[in-house]
Design a protein around this ligand. Structure first.
Ligand SMILES: Nc1ncnc2c1ncn2[C@@H]1O[C@H](COP(=O)(O)OP(=O)(O)OP(=O)(O)O)[C@@H](O)[C@H]1O
Length: 260
């Protein structure tokens, strides 16, 4: 049975000296991080700093070489496949490229977020239970997309597609949302709409969000806390309030994945 992080008094997420390398090259180097329930964490740092790798350790897509990762009270690296599936159902993942099926409507894409909990494959909106359809429309409403629910996703703008992807994630009732550069392909206005949507959901529902971002200004505008990686090491971990853009820019310095 899954441990309840609230009952155990655990943070939603805890990395202790987590390390990961590929082909003999260290990508994450002894990273320790705790995220409490309901916090919006922006993960920043130069390209190659290890942000995606950290997010993948959290949902068990990668296994750490050293240290430990605990996600919602579970150790993903030690989970059986069944238990890992159950853990991933509690963790929403929002990708840069949305991951929607373009020829299907916004509503059907959101409904697909519940496929893991349904026994049989589904074809068409009406094949999903009524209560689920109602919830899917409610989530589309929360992200401002209810009026577009019957529109094919490949005819929506990038920002609209990402909001549909957030609604799909919400249908999972996630306790933690991991977002890997969710606005990398969007213009500034659309980016802010997506990030403010995530921020509002985090605040209203008490869902922790860990969101990798390249835009420092966005990180400061929406996050409770900013965590910066450089060369696989955690080099800054502070509340967003009071943190200056100049200081954060200093993390980027001369571009490069590692200091050494
Ligand atoms: N599966 C893998 N096999 C080999 N190398 C990998 C693998 N995944 C990541 N890496 C390497 O690890 C380093 C960190 O990659 P990662 O994607 O975590 O960085 P990032 O901070 O998310 O970068 P970006 O901001 O460009 O997305 C990079 O040098 C990358 O090439």
């Amino acid at each position: 049975m899954a441990e309840d992080p609230a009952m155990a008094g655990d943070p939603v997420l805890r990395l202790s000296e987590a390390g990961k390398g590929f082909n003999g090259v260290t990508v994450l180097d002894g990273v320790s991080l705790e995220v409490p329930q309901g916090q919006f964490v922006a993960l920043v740092g130069p390209s190659g700093a290890g942000k995606s790798t950290l997010l993948r350790l959290v949902n068990g897509m990668h296994v750490p070489d050293s240290g430990t990762v605990r996600t919602l009270g579970e150790n993903p690296a030690a989970c059986s496949r069944r238990r890992l599936r159950a853990l991933r159902a509690r963790v929403g993942f929002v990708f840069q490229q949305f991951g929607l099926v373009g020829r299907l409507s916004a509503l059907e894409n959101v409904l697909m977020g519940a496929l893991a909990t349904l026994r049989l494959p589904r074809y068409g909106v009406m094949s999903y239970p009524h209560a689920l359809r109602v919830r899917a429309v409610e989530h589309l409403d929360r992200v401002g997309m209810a009026d577009r629910r019957f529109q094919r996703c490949d005819t929506l703008s990038g920002g609209q597609q990402q909001r549909v992807a957030v609604a799909r994630t919400l249908l999972q009732s996630p306790e933690l949302i991991l977002a890997d550069e969710p606005v990398a392909s969007l213009d500034p206005a659309a980016s802010m709409v997506v990030l403010e949507t995530l921020e509002r959901i985090s605040a209203e529902d008490g869902i922790s969000v860990v969101c990798s971002l390249h835009q420092i200004e966005f990180a400061l505008a929406v996050a409770d806390r900013v965590v910066a990686l450089r060369g696989g090491r955690l080099v800054l971990d502070e509340p967003a309030a009071g943190l200056s853009a100049e200081r954060l820019r200093g993390i980027y310095g001369t571009a490069g994945a590692r200091d050494d």
